[in-house]
Design a protein around this ligand. Structure first.
Ligand SMILES: Cc1cc2nc3c(=O)[nH]c(=O)nc-3n(C[C@H](O)[C@H](O)[C@H](O)COP(=O)(O)OP(=O)(O)OC[C@H]3O[C@@H](n4cnc5c(N)ncnc54)[C@H](O)[C@@H]3O)c2cc1C
Ligand SMILES: NC(=O)c1ccc[n+]([C@@H]2O[C@H](COP(=O)([O-])OP(=O)(O)OC[C@H]3O[C@@H](n4cnc5c(N)ncnc54)[C@H](O)[C@@H]3O)[C@@H](O)[C@H]2O)c1
Ligand code: SF4
Ligand code: FES
Length: 809
């Protein structure tokens, strides 16, 4: 069979989604050619905001790599812009001389950012935020310049501004209206948003109309009507988009605001289709991915000759992707004639909710501060069902069990398999079910890895969780199994019983809670020992024999049975005298290897067990705890002490934190880092608790990991003073101590419990102080283990006869 020729113009998210569907439906029907102006394979444009804000890497956002095109036998013309269409002869022409014939043509040329035609708009340093190139330009600019102005306080402008703040720039957002995100929020929600963003360091100039851009070759400032000016080294225009219709218009295809299409995504010219941001369907051009994905599914069916009801338009929802701020908006968000409005506002906890109701149906919603119900409300809006009698419940919060599994009449169950659950990534219910039922995914994390659902804005997470609970059946139950083979009790049940019955020893816990084994095992014994120490810091006597090998000997066992010694060097700052002493000890004990660790400390390797106390004595330095489930190191950059970019004293902050938390027992090892500016030389965003200085304050990040599964941190909050850093760090670490499973790193814990729940737990000042006082009580009873062993002959004796210690994982 002769294949038909299909040409796609526009290598973006909409066009490629349609092709992906088509290749599934009719893999051999077409010989496919794609033209794309950008020099990259199809990438996730929405993730550019995360790239700018440090939450993702450019390499992570590619959706279809070059192998995908090759594997599907697609002729790809990257860096080619199609400049002419001949719809009579059915040919497309690119700027680089390629000419390709088609039987069917898809236009998916997206949008162009709207650039205000201000005098001076052509100067260097005036850009949009649309592509990888724009993103790279902002990153590069932040290395040499300090001030940025973003024109437009909509979704894109605020996400750009957050990214620029992260890059260390001083950012002003200029907005033409009196309040931000006027296309998605009402004034009350917008004001709350503004104050949150101000707390993060953003400055706002509202009700300003930009008049001209100042500077010679490069932008130097911005003038507003009325004469007011501001200095700036960069201007990002984010004032909306306009469908890219030039090519279609030039070919005589009907164009209004966008390329006009019918319900089959067909233009007025036979064989020519359009979808995505460039298209206009029933008078609407969409600027979000969910509708584009829906259009893609319809177009694919149409091209494959499969039955389809056609595309009938979309109701949209948005979620601002700015770390630390939760905003959701869907449908009609401003009261209109014939609508009823219900509002809830709690200024203290910063929560605002508004429902717009039309004839007993939910027409729209705005949520600020607590957006857990967003996905569910959106689904109710789309279904058009009556909410009579349930209005208050919907406003005040859907109980999580009702959100996930309610008896019988459950919306998640009723959803068809084609319905999209994750709008950002176009993941349908069917795909998630496949992941659960055929690929054995039993957690949201696994579903995310498998399908990308919940991987972008995170707004669909409650629904993904709900589907998991509904469809994983026994497998989901098995996730709740006991902490080890000796018991069926979970960590939470054990800790609860320890508290309730004031259980005080490992043996007692095993007896009272009916352990299946007499002595427990290498999993439960150290876990119980940790939980008891955490609950009763003053009364509980640590059980040395329940500790893992390294913690029993206060040194890391190596593969040849020798140990390593890492003395504490606060903040990684040492002195000539200290270095001399370490060198002398290394010589005296003929230490085979002296090496810097990844955490900026000195490691003396190859020490025999019997020499450990002698070396500790000779060093006369505190233990660096490089071996334990405890605070390891606080890595620092030089900060403003020497570095010309530094805005804060990173070294001082790091030393203070290391002195504050050394010797702390934690569920798993904990690493901190402090960077003196957003250049982040101390790599704080892959630490358990990372501190990054910004102008006038500190960003506090949590849950990072640079190990096997690299995870970048989530932004917890932004604070102004060093005391606040210590308060938040204390509260976070204590909350982690009290809630994580033994041996669970903060990265896994944050993923498991969700950033939102941690933020909520720490948001009250009183609660933070209570956590801080509990961590101080735990720290108060700790002593330096090396010193204790050196001074107590009984303990020291243990080291003389040690042999054949077992390495435990
Ligand atoms: C920073 C940012 C964050 C966003 N965040 C979100 C979000 O959180 N949620 C959401 O739903 N949406 C978000 N969006 C919007 C979303 O990314 C777009 O709606 C979506 O990418 C549009 O897809 P598209 O394929 O229609 O257009 P595009 O992605 O613009 O793709 C069109 C492609 O066609 C190419 N092209 C154009 N003309 C030609 C030609 N003549 N020849 C060859 N190639 C051509 C363009 O170079 C482009 O690569 C965001 C957008 C940005 C910029
Ligand atoms: N999280 C998300 O869903 C997300 C994130 C980024 C972008 N996007 C999408 O990308 C597209 C572009 O986003 P956008 O924010 O540029 O568009 P937008 O139209 O949503 O917002 C533009 C904002 O700029 C303001 N504005 C207009 N003229 C101005 C002027 N002269 N001076 C100052 N302000 C002015 C408008 O009042 C409006 O609030 C949209 O379709 C948006 O939905 C979505
Ligand atoms: S050393 Fe510290 S202060 Fe200097 S650029 Fe790096 S992160 Fe910024
Ligand atoms: S809806 Fe944004 S990640 Fe799923």
């Amino acid at each position: 069979m002769n294949k038909q020729k299909l040409v796609l113009v526009g290598n973006g998210m909409a066009g490629l989604r349609a092709l992906e569907h088509l290749l599934k439906l009719a893999p051999d029907q077409y010989e496919i050619t794609i033209f794309g102006s950008e020099p990259h394979p199809n990438y996730n444009r929405i993730m550019l905001s995360s790239v700018l804000a440090g939450g993702a890497d450019l390499n992570d956002i590619v959706l279809n790599d070059l192998d995908w095109y090759a594997g599907n036998h697609i002729q790809l013309h990257l860096g080619h812009t199609v400049t002419r269409l001949d719809t009579e002869r059915r040919k497309v022409y690119s700027d680089k001389g390629a000419v390709v014939e088609y039987d069917k043509l898809i236009l998916a040329t997206g949008s162009n950012p709207f650039m205000l035609p201000l005098p001076g708009a052509d100067k260097e340093g005036v850009i949009a935020f649309r592509s990888i190139q724009d993103c790279q330009m902002m990153m590069e600019t932040s290395r040499s310049y300090r001030k940025a102005a973003v024109i437009g306080g909509g979704l894109l402008g605020l996400e750009a501004a957050r990214g620029l703040l992260h890059l260390g720039m001083e950012v002003s957002v200029i907005h033409i209206h009196p309040y931000l995100m006027d296309r998605q929020l009402d004034e009350a929600a917008s004001r709350m948003l503004q104050s949150e963003l101000e707390a993060q360091g953003m400055k706002f100039l509202l009700s300003r109309s930009s008049e001209s851009i100042l500077g010679r070759k490069r932008v130097k400032g911005l003038r507003f009507s009325g004469g007011e000016t501001i200095d700036t080294d960069l201007i990002v225009m984010a004032v909306g988009i306009k469908p890219n219709t030039e090519l279609a218009r030039g070919a005589g295809i009907e164009v209004n605001r966008g390329i006009v299409v019918n319900d089959n995504m067909e233009t007025n010219i036979p064989g020519v289709y359009a979808l995505g941001e460039c298209a206009e369907h029933r008078g609407i051009s969409y600027g979000l991915v969910a509708p584009l994905y829906e259009q893609g599914a319809v177009l694919a069916k149409r091209l494959a000759g499969a039955p389809t009801d056609g595309y009938h338009g979309s109701v949209t929802s948005t979620k601002l992707k700015v770390s630390g701020v939760d905003v959701f908006s869907a449908g009609t968000f401003i009261e209109q004639e014939g609508t009823r409005v219900l509002k809830f506002q709690d200024e203290i906890s910063g929560v605002y909710k508004k429902l717009v109701i039309h004839e007993d149906r939910l027409a729209g919603a705005v949520l600020f501060g607590d957006i857990d119900d967003g996905a569910e409300l959106f689904s109710i809006i789309k279904s058009g069902e009556s909410i009579k009698g349930r209005e208050k419940e919907l406003l005040l919060g859907i109980p999580s069990d009702a959100r996930n599994i309610s008896s019988g009449n459950n919306r998640l169950m009723q959803m068809s398999n084609e319905e999209i659950v994750c709008g950002c990534n176009g993941v349908s219910k069917g795909t998630i079910l496949e992941a659960i039922q055929e690929k054995d995914c039993t957690s949201v994390g696994q579903i995310k890895a498998c399908t990308k659902a919940s991987a972008s804005c995170g707004g669909c997470k409650p629904q993904v969780e709900g589907l998991l609970q509904l469809y994983a059946g026994d497998k989901a139950v098995s996730a709740k199994e006991g902490i080890c083979g000796c018991t069926t009790l979970t960590r939470d049940e054990i800790v609860e019983e320890m508290k309730r019955m004031r259980l005080m020893s490992v043996k007692e816990v095993m007896n009272v809670l009916g352990w299946d084994t007499e002595e427990g095992c290498t999993k439960c014994r150290p876990a119980l020992n940790y939980y008891l120490g955490m609950l009763w810091p003053e009364e509980y006597v640590d059980e040395k024999e329940s500790r893992i090998t390294n913690e029993r000997f206060h040194a890391n066992i190596q593969k040849d049975g020798t140990y390593s010694v890492v003395p504490r060097i606060y903040g990684g700052v040492t002195s000539p005298a200290e270095l001399k002493k370490i060198a002398e000890v290394a010589e005296q004990f003929e230490v085979p290897l002296v090496k810097f660790t990844g955490g900026q400390r000195l490691d003396l390797l190859g020490i025999r067990k019997e020499n450990l106390p002698k070396i500790w004595e000779a060093l006369d330095m505190p233990s660096g705890h490089a071996y334990g489930k405890t605070l390891r190191t606080v890595k620092t950059c030089v900060g403003n002490t020497f570095c010309r970019f530094g805005t804060q004293d990173a070294i001082g902050m790091g030393i203070r934190l290391e002195k504050e938390f050394e010797r702390l027992n934690t569920p798993s090892k904990v690493k901190l880092a402090v960077s003196g500016c957003p250049r982040n030389c101390a790599e704080a965003t892959i630490k358990d608790f990372g501190i990054v200085a910004i102008d006038g304050g500190w960003e506090l990040h949590i849950g990072g990991n640079g190990g096997v599964h690299v995870r970048a941190t989530d932004l917890l909050c932004v604070v102004k003073t060093e005391d606040e850093v210590v308060e938040w760090a204390s509260a976070f670490l204590q909350y982690y101590r009290e809630h994580a499973n033994w041996n669970e790193r903060t990265s896994n814990w944050v993923e498991r419990v969700g950033l939102g729940s941690i933020k909520q737990a720490l948001e009250s000042h009183e609660e933070r102080l209570a956590l801080q006082s509990r961590i101080q009580a735990a720290l108060a009873v700790t002593t330096d283990p090396w010193k204790q062993i050196i001074e107590e002959p009984e303990l020291r004796k243990n080291f003389e006869s040690l042999s054949g210690a077992k390495v435990e994982q």
